[in-house]
Design a protein around this ligand. Structure first.
Ligand code: ATP
Length: 746
């Protein structure tokens, strides 16, 4: 059969990278064609060439048998090529019906929109996609999956001949995935060609007939999918030998680490000793509040000489210096990061690469180490005062003094990066003792990054005592008395459907979600309100929405990675460029971050590679507790295994991890214990042998009303707000309608 859409020897070059290199691909009517490849292989670029976002530099596009040139996505769409992206690109404030039919609304005699007809039509169309909702509601009031379905219905209902789906299931529930697959089959039966891009191999095998594998911008293979078994597909994607893939396996969580962790309560006395001990570096640097010779430090990783970390005052002082934490001013606050995104952008602009490169210079002797002005401050500002360091050394020799709460004293070296507004991406403490904080066997030196382990020192709490304990987290309609405790070295998984409150629990722990009730304790001490306190206490969140909440597009890959770890990469008040380079190099290699160079702007990376950069940022910081929300979403199979191995290594070193993943296999293999959430409440806890995919599913299913996420439960106030929003939406529609048309929605 003649292809409906075809690329012939298409090339596309970006500065420094040949993203597509003579790619040929034919898409035939009624076939579902998988497009796969590692992050950065060129999939999105090819889609963008097909849909008129980019003009190819070489080669030819053919559509329905003729050469085709699409000047804009709108032109491609008008011709019958629809695209559904990961992010729903509809208008949230507009009604569901309007979003579905924008530009094609049924009109009455005088050209006026026939609202009743529009609503009826929308209701019928959406029913076919498993969405039963009041179509007059603003789109944003729907769950993510339902929004995605509206986007899909819209894309399909515009007389498409080709539908391109880019990671369409990334925010769908299992049930919605089934609906999507049903829709895909219907499209196929109707003779529509579907191009399906996904890193989830299981899905490909379920719905696709053909496959094209891209590697480094070239076609590595193309043909019927059934002829390529899974491991071979992976080896084709990664360009690795089949045997290597076979022995390496697909998930890299080592099951050996798993242990039964009995959580003990964390009385303040325990915590009191835990604080200073744990924080031998920065706690001491913070002044007389804490003892440098705390009893409970257990630095499990060896120094290059094979000795465990010294716990003495001198060591602590040295650590403090190396951390770049000078007295009480050695604080890199998250405050600047927590501002609006405009601030972020402004700060980022201020932090010109040349200034960052100049960070090797000696730092000022008196100013506050790093002002809390955002990324620029943290990058360009002096990191530590040399005088301050000396002071810190002296202080460190003193016996324990009056109490600064250890938790907070613990971590004043933290750098946090928060997203816009209240959505905080978390931050991290820069306070792990330095003797033990290397990066695996990658050979980093002892001062700042030891040669062993991943750099998280066992907390000074008794084994089994939680490092983080959330009690009764409550927020109306969102969380309902959630208790979570995470011990050092433990990976706690959160299971549940979308809207069950997993992300909200993580956000609540780092103070990014205002609560009606509940409390978070770190090492037994209540955490103060707000995100800064969590950041300082060494509790970091890798957010789910990394684009909106973390990546700073105007900075390079190197700067984005080093941002949070910066204070720990200094020695004697000087941030060592060489050390930054090494850390960046290690993470780029281990996570297979594909970039022309570390100095490439992060915004020029493929989506998956941007995610890896952000992940590298938080891993490089070596927090005490890392909350990972969908850490491998959008990340290719090769890097996924590496991410899992890293999480494992970090847990081995004493890091506490909260793992949220909709990939059940990842959850089961990675977590020691799983809390299952449902409607914002913990409805089950699985540990040991109970940790299986079946048990998680069963626990979720045991509880009725499974398809009513808490956000859907409306109160009178909520309904009023929604009514208002709907009214406002009507006012907004004219404006957003124009915007929609510009984007090609109409
Ligand atoms: N605007 C741009 N400027 C410079 N380089 C770019 C740009 N867009 C993409 N690239 C580069 O082109 C290559 C292909 O990227 P592309 O986004 O097509 O990958 P992908 O296969 O879609 O990856 P992912 O699975 O991560 O989405 C990458 O090396 C990427 O860094």
């Amino acid at each position: 059969m003649e292809p409906v859409l075809e690329a012939r020897a298409v090339s596309k070059r970006f500065p420094g990278v040949l993203a597509l290199d003579g790619v040929s691909l034919a898409l035939r009517p009624g076939e579902v064609h998988a497009l796969v490849g590692e992050n950065g292989a060129g999939k999105s670029t090819l889609i963008k060439v097909f849909t008129g976002v980019y003009r190819p530099d070489g080669g030819e596009l053919r559509y329905q048998g003729d050469p085709a040139v699409f000047g804009t996505p709108m032109e491609a769409q008008r011709a019958g090529i629809s695209t559904i992206y990961q992010e729903v690109n509809l208008v949230p404030m507009m009604s569901v019906a309007r979003n579905l039919l924008l530009g094609r609304e049924p009109r009455g005699r005088f050209g006026v929109i026939d609202a009743a007809a529009m609503h009826g039509q929308a209701q019928r169309v959406l029913a076919g996609y498993g969405v039963a909702t009041d179509v007059r509601r603003p789109l944003r009031t729907l769950g993510v999956g339902a929004q995605q379905m509206v986007a899909l219905a819209r894309a399909v209902s515009v007389d498409a001949r080709v539908v391109i789906m880019d990671e369409p299931t990334s925010s769908l529930e299992p049930r919605e995935v089934e609906t999507l697959f049903g829709v895909i089959r219907r499209l196929r039966d109707a003779g529509i060609a579907v191009m399906y891009v996904s890193h989830r191999l299981d899905e490909l095998y379920r719905v696709c007939d053909q496959v094209t594998v891209l590697r480094d911008g070239r076609v590595a293979h193309s043909g019927p999918l059934a002829e390529v078994e899974r491991l071979r597909l992976i080896s084709l994607m990664l360009g690795r030998d089949l045997n290597e893939v076979r022995t390496g396996g697909l998930t890299r969580f080592s099951r050996t680490r798993h242990r039964t962790t009995t959580l003990a309560p964390s009385p303040p006395e325990l915590a009191a000793s835990a604080g200073p001990a744990t924080l031998e570096g920065s706690a001491v640097a913070r002044g007389p509040a804490t003892s440098a010779a705390g009893p409970a430090v257990s630095a499990r990783s060896a120094t290059p000489e094979g000795q465990t970390a010294s716990e003495g005052p001198a060591e602590a002082a040295r650590s403090a210096t190396a951390l770049g934490l000078a007295g009480s001013e050695g604080l890199v606050s998250s405050a600047g990061f927590a501002g609006a995104s405009a601030d972020l952008a402004a700060s980022a602009r201020r932090a010109a690469p040349s200034e960052i490169a100049a960070s090797e210079r000696p730092v000022g002797s008196e100013g506050p180490a790093v002002a809390s002005e955002g990324p620029a401050a943290s990058l360009e500002g002096p990191v530590a005062s040399s005088e301050g360091s000396a002071v810190a050394s002296e202080r460190s020799a003193e016996p324990a003094g009056p109490a600064t709460p250890p938790v907070h004293a613990a971590s004043e070296g933290a750098v946090g990066v928060a997203g816009s507004g209240a959505s905080v991406t978390g931050g991290a403490s820069a306070d792990p003792p330095l003797e033990s904080d290397g990066l695996g066997s990658d050979g980093l030196g002892s001062d700042g990054l030891g040669s062993d382990g991943l750099g998280v020192v066992q907390m000074g709490v008794g084994v089994g005592a939680p490092v983080v304990e959330a009690r009764g987290l409550t927020r109306r309609h969102v969380l309902d008395g959630v208790d979570v405790a995470i011990a050092p070295g433990e990976v706690v998984g959160l299971g549940g459907l979308l809207g069950a409150g997993r992300t909200e629990t993580a956000k609540a722990i780092v103070g990014a979600l205002p609560l009606d009730g509940g409390q978070v304790l770190v090492a037994g001490r209540p955490l103060r309100k707000g995100t800064k306190a969590a950041i300082r206490a060494g509790v970091s969140l890798l957010p789910e929405d990394r684009k909106a909440e973390g990546i700073i597009p105007t900075l390079s890959v190197r700067e984005n990675i080093a941002l949070a770890a910066l204070p720990s990469l200094g020695t004697a008040g000087v941030v060592s460029d060489a050390k930054i380079d090494r850390v960046v190099e290690i993470f780029m290699r281990r996570l297979r971050i594909k970039a022309a160079s570390p100095h490439q702007l992060v915004s020029e990376l493929s989506g998956g590679n941007q995610q890896k950069v952000l992940l590298a940022r938080w891993l490089a910081v070596r927090p005490k507790v890392l909350l990972l929300d969908e850490p491998t979403r959008g990340i290719d199979v090769g890097a996924k295994a590496e991410v899992q191995a890293l999480i494992d290594e970090l847990a081995e070193e004493g890091l506490g991890v909260l793992l949220i993943s909709s990939d059940l296999e990842e959850l089961v293999e990675g977590a020691d214990r799983i809390l299952v959430l449902r409607e914002g409440a913990v409805v089950g806890e699985l540990s040991g042998e109970e940790v299986t995919e079946e048990r998680i599913m069963a626990t979720i299913a045991e509880h009725p009303a499974a398809d009513q996420p808490p956000v859907e439960r409306k109160t009178v106030e909520q309904a009023a707000v929604e009514r208002k929003t709907a009214e406002q939406a009507a006012v907004d529609e004219a404006a957003v309608g124009r915007a929609g048309e510009e984007r090609g929605d109409g």
